[in-house]
Design a protein around this ligand. Structure first.
Ligand SMILES: [Zn+2]
Length: 152
């Protein structure tokens, strides 16, 4: 997908700026740093060892983006990513374990809908696209699942 450049004036220094993504109205030199924190709890199948190193592979969805003005007049852009779907944790011996996101059933369904999005719709649009259909066809979905469970 080709993204057009957006032109605007930096909110801090008033310079003319061209960017492909208009995330925040600042030029690059007025942005001190982009920061990411990843949140949401996982349910682990086994214990982790304090002080050891692990590698985490997961999908995240950016749920929040904030600009925080610093004392030096620049800004930090802070993102919050929610871990969605399954994740894999690998220890130093390359042993892997699958972990599940903890959360309410509706949060988990939301994550699955977003993860399986192969359309041009945004994640929120994808959720808004499917949820009314899932509600509408709920009797048929339940009948389908019952049939699938009888067969297995
Ligand atoms: Zn600037």
């Amino acid at each position: 997908m080709e993204q057009k450049e957006v032109e605007f004036k930096c909110k801090i220094c008033n310079d003319d700026v061209k960017k492909k993504v208009l995330d925040f109205p600042y030029c690059r030199k007025c942005i001190n740093e982009y920061k990411l924190s990843i949140t949401k709890k996982c349910s682990l199948p086994q214990a982790l060892i304090s002080g050891k190193f692990y590698t985490l592979a997961t999908n995240i969805q950016i749920r929040e983006a904030k600009d925080k003005v610093r004392d030096d007049g620049k800004v930090d852009i802070e993102y919050t990513g929610w871990q969605i779907g399954e994740a894999v944790i690998q220890n130093e011996l390359k042993q892997k374990m699958k972990v599940k996101r903890k959360g309410s059933q509706s949060e988990l369904l939301h994550g699955q809908i977003v993860l399986s999005n192969e359309s041009d719709r945004s994640d929120d649009e994808e959720y808004d696209f499917w949820m009314p259909k899932i509600r509408h066809y709920l009797p048929e979905i339940k009948a389908f699942i019952s049939k699938m469970e009888e067969q297995s």
